[in-house]
Design a protein around this ligand. Sequence first.
Ligand SMILES: Cc1cc2nc3c(=O)[nH]c(=O)nc-3n(C[C@H](O)[C@H](O)[C@H](O)COP(=O)(O)O)c2cc1C
Length: 369
Amino acid sequence: MQIPEPVYNIERSYEDNYRDGPVFHGRVPASMPAGPEVSFLGIPANSRLGIPAGPLLNSDWIAFYAKMGFDLLVYKTVRTHAHPSYPPPNCLYVSVSGDLAPGSLSTPLIGSPRMEPSSMRDITITNSFGMPSQDPSVWQEDVSRARQRIGPGQVLIVSVVGTEREGESIAENFARAAKMAKESGAHAIEVNFSCPNVKGTEGQIFQDPESAGRVARMVRKAIGPEFPLIVKVGYIGNDDEAVALLREIGPSVNAIAAINTLSATVINPEGRPALPGPGRERSGICGNGIRKAALEVVSRISRGIGALKLPLSLIGVGGLMTVEDYDLFLSSGADFAMTATGAMWDPYLAYHQKQQNLRHEGIEKGHHD
Ligand SMILES: Cc1cc2nc3c(=O)[nH]c(=O)nc-3n(C[C@H](O)[C@H](O)[C@H](O)COP(=O)(O)O)c2cc1C
């Protein structure tokens, strides 16, 4: 059996997908199996499953996946100013057997634009967009539209990123972006801390607890004390690092989303860079091959939250390809789970998860009666 083409056309540009997507040839379920209502950071939600920042490029994408039963919907990362995408290809299949070990990613992976996966387990990809953003005059109106196009029990989260700008620190720029997203109608804000840290040490903001704390406090001040705030982090290698980060950001935020992609060098079968152009020597790996790493980080953060007794929720992301994987995230300490690559290739994932939920409930009921 082959997996149908993804609804995001990886052979076309970001702009093409923004304008024409999602392309879906299947059937939208006429009704969704209903489960017990849950609370997502105080907001009523139909389920614990969603889509992280990435495949939801605009309100058309949000509306499509909302209809497919994904209830926690993150609008792809936006900025305070327009920023172009890298040219295509932006996504490639990468050959990976088994689980990627973050420590051994110095060895290049081989990427190619075509593959015919026969199972969701075959799908590990790299993505490289350069965090494009429409101008705020476009995305703010579109976020308002997205809010109108989701149903009851569905949550719209907007991911934002800050950059150092003339006369504005990275923290100030993050705060301004977050405020703009709040004013546009987001239910919650996610700050993407898996972006380069321009002021602190080399690496990304989440790897520098002090900078992360500073940005989180400034964002909190900009959006007010009650507004739901999520921090998105990348791979964290041990419990001490998790605790150090949580100590700094914990008091300012409501939830942690982990993880973003793992970074690796991707070459084509001829040994040349698979994604040509400056800044693309390394790119983000996601999908099946990163699940083990993601689950490890979820467990580490979960232990850290417990040790520090912080009132934080945890959103597990990375390599969730099947309904069974959803269960793994929840049993590893996540309160919610999200899938980007999985949802691109299998838009029925939420529907199937809800069907399974209903079956389990039925079984439990049967036992009690
Ligand atoms: C096409 C695509 C675009 C993405 N863009 C973003 C982004 O703009 N901001 C962000 O924080 N993460 C982005 N991500 C990373 C995802 O949110 C997620 O952390 C990562 O893909 C791991 O999840 P997965 O294995 O389910 O894909 C993107 C992922 C994909 C597949």
